[in-house]
Design a protein around this ligand. Structure first.
Ligand code: ADP
Length: 348
């Protein structure tokens, strides 16, 4: 292969730039030129006013400058048009026109489906799991997950310092979409006493009872870590009515939020529970050493695979080592939630 492309797609994650740098280094080493495809699959459709907003030759020196930065230099975006077969055919003709013979796709499971479609149309692709959510079963860690957990642990420690000062509990929401892995490791890593995740059914009463028990035994500043997807596994409760009875104005169609949960816990335990939603800081941190290492090995392996004519693969970590397997096999694997760690956090 003489020329390959690289794109970042779906939500950004720390380490994406580091992976692009590794791809750029490996491409240079093997004498291949590298095209950066902008804004996920949008770049392949070549619809921008300026060519360089779609596809641009990547210069290794520029990439070296941004390798340790969070976010993605190539930009990222959804591309709903890519779900349409005629648009994918158009993309393939643009890719051929640019002389791109293979593509490294850095993104989550949605992006992997796009990569499989491109492989079916004759463009070999290799995927790197760029998402903080850790929601891909075939890999022990996704790229950005470790950084996101570190970011949460830092922030929860800061929240716990003020909770301790005021002897009051904290309710902290972390990201992860439908996956509770960030919440789980962030709770364990910060010493939080309660963890709520989408994988395990829970009730507000249970959480309130545990919080009340912790207060009883002399821990008035316990931390409740809530995964953003945890509302899906919450057992039904007429919390609208409960809040109204306690003088809080809520509409029937208001969804439950971390702030509401903190209010309910406050009424049930009489402790001043304070809510914090950590939000996008988790995605925008400088990649950890672990993520930078993974990005480095994954990027160089991706180029090696393409160079050897091996497409339709994704890269992950198994038993602590970087490995690869076919995309379809990776997507078939079922995630196993770490229930014993969850039970440990919620019982000790
Ligand atoms: P993530 O990659 O983080 O899971 P998305 O699910 O939003 O993020 O997917 C990113 C992009 O991948 C989509 O906007 C679309 O361009 C492409 N994509 C997702 N699913 C498919 C599919 N079934 N076929 C083709 N392209 C897809």
């Amino acid at each position: 292969m003489r020329r390959i492309g690289v794109l970042t797609s779906g939500g950004d994650s720390p380490g994406m730039n580091a992976a692009v740098m590794a791809v750029a280094k490996a491409a240079r080493y093997h004498g291949m030129s590298l095209i950066g495809i902008k804004r996920g699959y949008n770049g392949t459709l070549c619809r921008s006013h300026h060519v360089e907003d779609d596809m641009v030759e990547l210069d290794l020196d520029t990439i070296l400058d941004i390798a340790d930065q969070p976010g993605t230099y190539l930009r990222t975006a959804r591309c709903l048009d890519f779900l349409r077969p005629e648009m994918r055919a158009h993309a393939v003709s643009n890719i051929h026109e640019m002389g791109i013979e293979g593509i490294v796709v850095i993104g989550g499971d949605g992006s992997y489906h796009g990569a499989m479609e491109l492989c079916d149309l004759g463009i070999p692709c290799v995927g790197i799991p760029g998402t903080i959510d850790n929601d891909l079963a075939y890999t022990e860690m996704t790229l950005g997950y470790d950084t996101a957990v570190n970011s949460c642990v830092d922030d929860i420690r800061a929240i716990r310092a003020t909770s301790r000062s005021h002897d009051r509990p904290a309710v902290v929401e972390v990201m992860g979409r439908h996956c509770g892995d960030i919440a789980l490791k962030a709770a364990a890593g910060s010493g939080a006493e309660i963890c709520i995740v989408p994988e395990v059914s829970w009730s507000i009463q249970e959480v309130a009872d545990r919080l009340a028990r912790l207060i009883d035994v002399g821990n008035p500043r316990a931390t409740v870590v809530v995964a953003e997807g945890a509302w899906d596994s919450m057992q039904p409760m007429d919390w609208h009515r409960y809040l109204r009875e306690n003088g809080v104005r809520v509409h029937d169609d208001d969804p439950i939020t971390t702030a509401m949960l903190a209010k309910i816990l406050k009424f049930k335990t009489k402790a001043e529970a304070r809510p914090t939603v950590l939000g996008y800081t988790q995605r925008g941190r400088t990649p950890s050493a672990y993520d930078s290492w993974f990005a480095f090995e994954a990027g160089s392996l991706a180029v090696n695979l393409l160079r050897n004519g091996i497409g339709n693969q994704v890269i992950g970590i198994k038993d602590g080592r970087v490995y690869y397997l076919p995309i379809s096999m990776a997507l078939q694997q079922k995630r196993e939630f770490n229930l014993s760690l969850y039970n440990l956090i919620n019982s000790l």
